[in-house]
Design a protein around this ligand. Structure first.
Ligand SMILES: Cc1ncc(COP(=O)(O)O)c(C=O)c1O
Length: 401
């Protein structure tokens, strides 16, 4: 969190919020979000940001980015309408007709009813297989289409290449087929995998894209944006949050390499877009929870807190991250187990036996009602929280707005 203050003052602010609002409370730092966005734009000035709403769909996060000039990657109808109804509707009416500059529907597989609902908006959307192409032609013929190609996701924490992207064998045939069906393929996209720490994935994606552009042209088809005449290249997300892993390349360095590779491969008529999610929001949120129960089990102290794996800590399951819980008070640390509030034994936020992997398994002795907090919980946390057992999701509170 980017409070321009010491850790001590930050803790005081968090405790004050928890006291006023109750827990679990999800504190969103809007100033940090703005900083992240500006950092992205400053280092990749030729790349338009299409924020991946799935990472955190909090309405103020989305609105703040919109106001700063961002566009959006959506992957479902509710995400589409979050942007269209709440934000696009604010634009002058002449800008509402053509939405590609503000939204890309970046899920390569869409339900038929979704395609029907999108049809009136003439959306820009991705595809990566022949059946989807037929589906789009039939149910959303107004769409502009972007071919998603498969790139290795080596070294990325979340692998997306097993599920999405046209292979080297299929990519060119798919592009040609689309042109033959009367589509104009507007561009190419790829995703290197989330929390990508391996630049080779980007290099691979860029080179593969350059080959497909060239190969299609050799066959007489120019992949290009039908509105601007420039080739769309969507370099996806994957930009890592530096707070998670040690050894993550600083964003400035990654951007420098990307800029150089792009300049080498695509001199001229290229329209670059990216879909960062995690990079923009991971370090913007801090969760504050309360200790609601305590027991000694098998010789180890166990704490029960009011948030768990079915809530904001779902990121530990789906996003493969561990969020270290910290105490507001000092004292000698001891091993502990931390359980979530539901009845499920799986709902264990921290076992005590592996402090390296689960650093939150070490805490000073806690009392009932004591507060704990975890930083860097902005991406893929609240987004995947459920109401299991009837527990509501954590409430969001904004600071530095
Ligand atoms: C199509 C697409 N774009 C963008 C993202 C955002 O990725 P990240 O949060 O790693 O930047 C994802 C994440 O799953 C995705 O599937």
């Amino acid at each position: 969190m980017a409070f321009k203050i010491t850790e001590e003052t930050k803790q005081a602010v968090l405790q004050k919020i928890a006291k006023a609002k109750g827990t679990p409370v999800f504190v969103i730092d809007i100033e940090q979000l703005k900083k992240n966005y500006l950092r992205f734009r400053e280092n990749l000035p030729d790349v338009q940001v299409y924020y991946a709403v799935k990472a955190n769909s909090d309405p103020l996060i989305v609105k703040t980015l919109f106001d700063m000039g961002a566009s959006f990657d959506v992957a479902s109808l509710p995400e589409f309408h979050l942007v269209r109804k709440n934000l696009i509707n604010l634009l002058p009416s002449e800008q509402q007709d053509f939405i590609w500059e503000k939204i890309i529907y970046a899920h390569p597989i869409k339900m038929i009813k979704t395609l029907h609902e999108l049809e009136p908006y003439k959306p820009l959307m991705t595809f990566d297989n022949f059946d989807e192409l037929e589906k789009i032609k039939r149910h959303c013929p107004s769409a502009g289409i972007v071919l998603r190609i498969e790139v290795p996701n080596r070294g990325s924490i979340v692998n997306l290449s097993s599920k999405f992207g046209a292979s080297r064998e299929d990519a060119i045939n798919l592009a040609v087929k689309a042109f033959e069906m009367g589509f104009l393929v507007e561009g190419l996209s790829f995703h290197v995998g989330s929390q990508c720490t391996n630049f080779e994935n980007y290099r691979n994606g860029l080179n593969f894209a350059a080959e497909v552009f060239e190969e299609a042209e050799k066959k007489g088809y120019k992949i290009r944006n039908s509105k601007t005449g420039r080739r769309i290249l969507d370099i996806g997300g994957g930009f890592p949050a530096e707070e998670y892993n040690t050894g993550v390349m600083p964003f400035e360095e990654l951007a420098k390499k990307l800029n150089a590779e792009i300049k080498k491969l695509f001199p001229g008529d290229i329209e670059l877009i990216a879909e960062p999610g995690r990079f923009l929001v991971a370090n913007t949120c801090t969760l504050v929870v309360s200790v609601i129960g305590r027991a000694f089990r098998h010789g180890i102290i166990s704490y029960y807190i009011d948030e768990g794996l079915y809530g904001t800590f779902s990121g530990q399951v789906f996003d493969h991250q561990i969020y270290a819980l910290k105490a507001f008070k000092g004292g000698e640390k001891e091993k502990c187990v931390i359980f979530g509030p539901t009845c499920d034994g799986f709902d264990t936020v921290s076992p005590s036996t592996n402090e390296k992997k689960y650093p939150c398994g070490l805490l000073p002795r806690m009392e009932l009602g004591d507060l704990l907090y975890a930083d860097n919980m902005g991406a893929y946390t609240l987004a995947s929280a459920t109401n299991f057992n009837g527990f509501p999701v954590a409430k969001a509170v904004y600071v530095n707005r």
